[in-house]
Design a binder for this molecule. Structure first.
Ligand code: MN
Length: 553
């Protein structure tokens, strides 16, 4: 087996995403998709690509054959492997399919567990042993590189397994594979099985590679593979994102990163270019349509996301406080701090900086307060949300009126009625109710009653500032007061609240001028509007009807 200075062992990574992974219920890759994925697996640096099961269908045969041919043109030179039952026709088809590869491998298997021998093969152990040997010999007649698997090894009789593997090695198998086909094994037990089998292998001219193939039915696939490595196994069969039959196979990214992260303890290494892991995971997810769960180890959306304020603060001070891996090692774009209700101002400022948003200190404070309010209602604050919030904070204004409370009653057969309570700068509160043509009109009418400031709504627009069900609505208004136009902006997950905040924002700007148009508003209104004085302006909202009619006029 390959070793490095310091006695570290090389662990071969056998990727079966295209065979066991493609066997997942609901996965069916096209010919070109298989080729694309195989090329990416080569860039990832896997040692062996199990490209398919050639006898199983003409399509599978064609894909394995094409991948074998294409592999000769790759800078990296992985072994291209084809699966076959321990049947002559299977082995012949596997050979024809992998033959074009520079480094072809035939992988043949037979069941060795009592239950599968009895019910599936309807054969006794002696017959199975004989068939295994014949299969390995036939494969060896074509190809130097032969792998033999004892299917359901973890539920097989250990003495019989030792006998079968010894015979397979004597017949020429260069790799023997110990599968936990049904995901039944426990780590200690599986490690013991692997070391028992290794101890019983006959001496061979070239050391035999001992492989494991573990399934995740009990969520132990990676734990079992690692236990096997510690017991002396030198090849791990795995898939990207852990896809595969039933609950899936052990996942490549978990095994590779566990070996990498705990190298000092395990004293092993692989040839995988970890920086390609994330890209490969995304590709497999896109091609198969299998969404990677957010909490999936290594490649899930949240795998490097820190939500708790304490964790975020720690990671910002020193990533290793709460991260055992550097996300850039697997090629993730960058660390993502998910801002949520537990995020502190440090994380908030940091994200603004990363987004290139620079605000004066008092505006950061205002934006942070708004962020906290928003976080109470929205589980995740996105970058777009932050930009919307920061955009609002760019025009700070002294708050003469602040929104305390509002309630709307509306419906297609009732008159929209709004109750709004505002807090004044001196702490006083005032509440008014009003009706209107629509809910926004009713709210604005109620605000007018509270403030007594005679304004006319000149423009109203509503946009979704962000995407998704809990998107932020962003409302911009322009109101006219004594011949001058003031703009206001409001952001909220509730479009009615955003509407109200925008209106109050504009009123506060008016009040900054002492409620008098001393030095003019922000901009001159259009001549016609100015000439009209307080004339009613009709403003469409969301392209539907007229909600506002210049009610303040
Ligand atoms: Mn399998």
């Amino acid at each position: 087996m390959a070793t490095q200075a310091g006695g570290e062992r090389r662990i071969f990574i056998f990727d079966t995403t295209l065979r066991d992974g493609e066997q997942s219920a609901g996965v069916s890759l096209s010919h070109s998709e298989k080729l694309e994925l195989a090329a990416q697996l080569a860039r990832l640096g896997v040692d062996i690509i199990e490209a398919g099961f050639p006898i199983s269908s003409p399509g599978d045969f064609a894909a394995v054959h094409a991948i074998a041919g294409a592999s000769c043109g790759w800078a990296d030179n992985p072994v291209i492997c084809g699966l076959s039952r321990a049947i002559s026709a299977d082995i012949d088809a596997a050979w024809r399919a992998v033959q074009p590869a520079r480094r072809p491998r035939i992988h043949t298997f037979i069941s060795t567990s009592p239950v599968q021998m009895q019910y599936q093969l309807r054969k006794g152990p002696a017959e199975v042993l004989e068939q295994a040997v014949a299969a390995v010999r036939r494969a060896k007649s074509y190809c130097e590189d032969v792998e033999f698997s004892a299917m359901d090894a973890s539920r097989s009789d250990t003495a019989f397994l030792k006998e079968v593997f010894a015979a397979a090695v004597e017949a020429g198998a260069t790799t023997i594979n110990i599968p936990d086909t049904v995901g039944y094994a426990l780590p200690d037990e599986f490690g013991q099985l692997v070391s028992d089998i290794i101890a019983a292998l006959p001496a061979a001219a070239v050391p035999v590679v001992v492989s494991v193939h573990t399934h995740d039915d009990l969520g132990l696939a990676t734990a079992n593979a690692l236990a096997a490595v510690q017991a002396g196994a030198t090849q791990i069969e795995c898939t990207i994102n852990g896809i595969g039959e039933r609950a899936g196979n052990t996942s490549l990214e978990e095994c590779v990163m566990a070996l990498y992260t705990r190298r000092a303890l395990l004293r092993t290494f692989t040839g995988v270019r970890s920086v390609e892991i994330y890209r490969t995971s995304r590709l497999v997810s896109a091609l198969t349509g299998f969404v990677v769960p957010p909490n999936k180890a290594v490649v899930g959306a949240n795998a490097f996301a820190h939500e708790s304020g304490i964790h975020q603060d720690g990671v910002l001070k020193a990533p290793q406080t709460f991260e055992i891996m550097d996300p850039t090692t697997i090629g993730r774009p960058d660390r993502q701090l998910v801002l949520g209700k537990l995020s502190g101002s440090h994380a908030f400022r940091n994200r603004l900086e990363q987004l290139g948003i620079r605000l004066p200190e008092e505006q950061v404070q205002a934006a942070f307060r708004q962020f906290k309010e928003l976080a109470d209602r929205k589980s995740e604050i996105t970058d777009e949300d932050l930009e919307a919030i920061a955009g609002g904070a760019l025009v700070p204004v002294q708050e003469t009126f602040t929104l305390d409370y509002f309630q709307i009653s509306t419906g297609n057969r009732s008159v929209p009625t709004a109750t709004v309570r505002l807090r004044m700068a001196d702490g006083r509160e005032a509440e008014e109710a009003a009706t209107g043509d629509g809910p926004v009109h009713a709210m604005y009418h109620a605000v007018d009653r509270v403030t007594g400031v005679p304004v006319a709504l000149r423009d109203y627009s509503l946009n979704a500032a962000t995407s998704g069900k809990d998107a932020l609505g962003e409302v911009s208004v322009k109101v006219e007061y004594k011949g001058h136009v003031y703009s206001g902006r409001g952001v909220s997950t509730d479009v009615l609240e955003a509407s109200l905040r925008a209106y109050i924002h504009a009123l506060n700007k008016i009040m900054v001028n002492g409620g008098r148009a001393v030095s003019g508003g922000e901009q001159r209104p259009a001549a016609a509007a100015a000439a009209g004085g307080g004339a009613a302006a009709s403003t469409p909202i969301s392209g539907k009807g007229n909600v506002s009619d210049g009610h303040a006029g």
